[in-house]
Write a new protein. Structure first.
Length: 110
């Protein structure tokens, strides 16, 4: 069950991205929880536009971390249960939410 949920959160399909953008991706309730388990998220921008990477802090507020140009990628240190939101920069359309529950996670934006 956990692996299925993780895959759904980490690899957002175009349908999920459209659904999330319709509700502005994030409606509240998702927050970072204290964790001792380190995780690394590799964000990969395979899309044709810039994407912005934001962390949801302990109060559920979005905290800007990075902007990726098309074709760029980077590794972000994080913790298990810390949610990250990826937006299309020019339109603010949500491309997905990542919540790591394994040590290494890849998130590809298409």
């Amino acid at each position: 069950m956990l692996k299925t949920t993780l895959a759904a959160l980490c690899f957002a399909s175009p349908l999920m991205a459209q659904t999330n953008s319709a509700i502005n991706c994030y409606q509240g309730g998702l927050v970072s929880i204290e964790s001792e388990h380190l995780a690394t998220i590799t964000f990969i921008n395979n899309s044709e536009g810039e994407v912005e990477i934001l962390w949801l802090n302990y109060e559920g507020e979005e905290v800007y971390y990075n902007t990726l140009q098309p074709g760029e990628s980077y590794e972000q240190a994080s913790y298990f249960s810390h949610p990250w939101v990826v937006y299309r920069a020019e339109s603010n359309v949500c491309k997905g939410i990542v919540v790591p529950f394994t040590e290494r996670v890849k998130f590809s934006v298409n």
